[in-house]
Design a binder for this molecule. Structure first.
Ligand code: NDP
Length: 461
């Protein structure tokens, strides 16, 4: 590759870009990665990782409360937001440092600055001039989407800012009913903030199984989160006391912070994609084939910028598959089927495979449902009311398990294991042949023998 400065130039040092560049460099290829912010990307810097620390912090409120039922005398607990923020920022800095070291150890050159394509082999990085590369990988991720035309939107924050609020607000209004809106609603509610979610749809978490959606909403409301459905924020005004978010139904909500979590958009503008001839979809995502190759045959894209399944582990696998294909001579695609995901609400959700509604559509209604809703033993001991829900969606012919859905403590941990079996095509008899682990919540998954009654005629979507 003597004609180019690099064998591979990667734009974006997030989950996908870091994995691809490290693997490529380990073959001895000359690799550089450009990053305009901090190394680690959304997941490490302003997403999954700091979010999970916030979830942990907020869960203590309930732990203190329930501890009393187990015989503990707990003095009135107090939460120190600045102290938590400092600890969180230190840990994020440590993790970002590990990413930098991992890149360096693999021999990847790290270039700090915003990169733009000038043509299909040329990249310009702010402050660093222009370089050429035989292959280019776009791994720039996504960014929060905001309705810019909404009156007063300049007063609202996104999840990016929620990680750095100087003060913990007393009242927060969160727009949206997806992953981010609900996770942050649980966080702020747990930290004692008066929390209201405003969502346009008839229920939260569209795309998830309907029983899961209702169960999560009910349990969150039971914990004190207010959920206003069927409306959306139409405008925000600043007042002497704070902010007022007015909903389309006329209802006004007073708040100190208004946060929008209405989805994320591919971060693909101002990257020079047009100059290089890289095609984009209507939503702005970089179009790719199964090998993550764009419309230009020496340029690839992985992760959220391609808007396939927008999850960190998926970006990592897409990045690894690209490196295998292009640098190890081992053509590899990532199979996007049966990817499990978790929503870190309180209680959390773990889900893999088809929802009941999707399975009914795909299998002409010929499915069986197994469902259990119960109070886990940790709750019953002290009279707690939080309930868990577990649900299996099973194809009648062949009895393959098409979907597994859990709401309850440790649901994300449970679903990781269930996902292995579903990915392997497990059938209900094989699943049931597995002996229970007692006493656990997950044992209910392998002890459900009774089919759940189908909904009455007219209730099937
Ligand atoms: P989601 O797509 O999950 O949710 C977006 C929400 O905003 C939906 O409730 C949607 O409503 C609503 N919405 C969209 N457009 C509008 C609009 N114009 N007006 C009013 N409401 C609107 O996006 P998030 O921002 O929550 O998260 C982005 C992605 O990041 C997720 O999809 C997920 O892939 C990833 N993520 C994963 C996490 C995890 O794995 N735990 C955690 C956080 C993020 P409707 O349903 O009606 O369309």
């Amino acid at each position: 590759m003597a004609d180019y400065d690099y064998d591979l130039f990667v734009i974006g040092a997030g989950s996908g870009g870091v994995r691809a560049s490290r693997l490529a460099a380990m073959t001895g290829a000359k690799v550089a990665v450009a990053e305009e912010h901090r190394v680690g990307g959304t997941c490490v810097i302003r997403g999954c990782v700091p979010k999970k620390f916030m979830v942990y912090a907020s869960e203590y409120a309930r732990h203190f409360e329930t501890a009393r039922g187990y015989g503990w005398d707990v003095p009135e607990p107090a939460f120190d937001w600045p102290r938590f923020l400092m600890a969180k920022d230190n840990e994020i800095a440590r993790l970002s440092g590990i990413y930098v070291r991992n890149l360096q150890n693999a021999g990847v050159e790290l270039v700090h600055g915003r990169a733009r394509l000038k043509d299909r082999h040329t990249v310009e990085v702010d402050g660093h001039g222009t370089v050429t590369a035989a292959k280019i990988l776009v791994a720039t991720g996504g960014a929060p989407w905001m309705p810019r035309e909404l009156p007063g939107i300049e007063h609202a924050i996104t999840s990016n800012e929620a990680f750095h609020l100087e003060q913990l607000p007393k009242r927060i209004v969160i727009a949206g009913g997806g992953y981010i809106a609900l996770e942050f609603a649980g966080i702020f509610n747990g930290l004692g903030v008066d929390t209201t979610v405003v969502h346009r749809g008839p229920n939260v978490l569209r795309g998830f199984d309907d029983d899961i959606r209702s169960h999560v909403a009910e349990e969150m409301e039971a914990q004190g989160v207010k959920i206003r459905l069927g409306t959306q924020i139409a405008g925000i005004e600043k007042t002497a006391e704070g902010l007022v978010a007015t909903c389309a139904d006329g209802h006004a909500l007073e708040a100190d912070v208004v946060m929008f979590a209405l989805g994320r958009a591919p971060y693909a503008d101002d990257l020079g994609l047009e100059a290089a001839g890289v095609a984009r979809s209507e939503t702005g995502a970089v179009k790719v084939d199964a090998y993550s190759r764009t419309s230009v045959d020496n340029i690839w894209a992985v992760g959220d910028v391609t808007d396939r399944i927008n999850l960190t582990p998926v970006a990592i696998r897409e990045g690894a598959a690209f490196a295998q294909t292009e640098f190890y001579g081992n053509p590899t695609t990532f199979d996007h089927d049966m990817v499990a995901s978790a929503v870190f609400t309180q209680p959390p959700v773990g889900s893999v495979g088809l929802s009941e509604a999707d399975a009914r559509r795909a299998h002409g209604g010929k499915i069986d449902i197994y469902l259990a809703r119960f109070r886990p033993m940790k709750e019953t001991f002290y009279g707690g009311q939080q309930r868990a829900l577990i649900k299996l969606v099973v194809e009648q012919e062949g009895e393959r398990i098409l979907g597994c859905h859990v709401v309850g403590p440790d649901a994300p941990e449970i679903i990781q294991m269930a996902a292995i079996a579903l990915k392997m095509g497990v059938t209900k008899p094989q699943w049931d042949a597995t002996c229970a682990v007692h006493p656990t919540l997950a044992e209910e998954l392998v002890t459900m023998r009774e089919k759940h009654a189908p909904p009455a005629l007219g209730q099937v979507a």
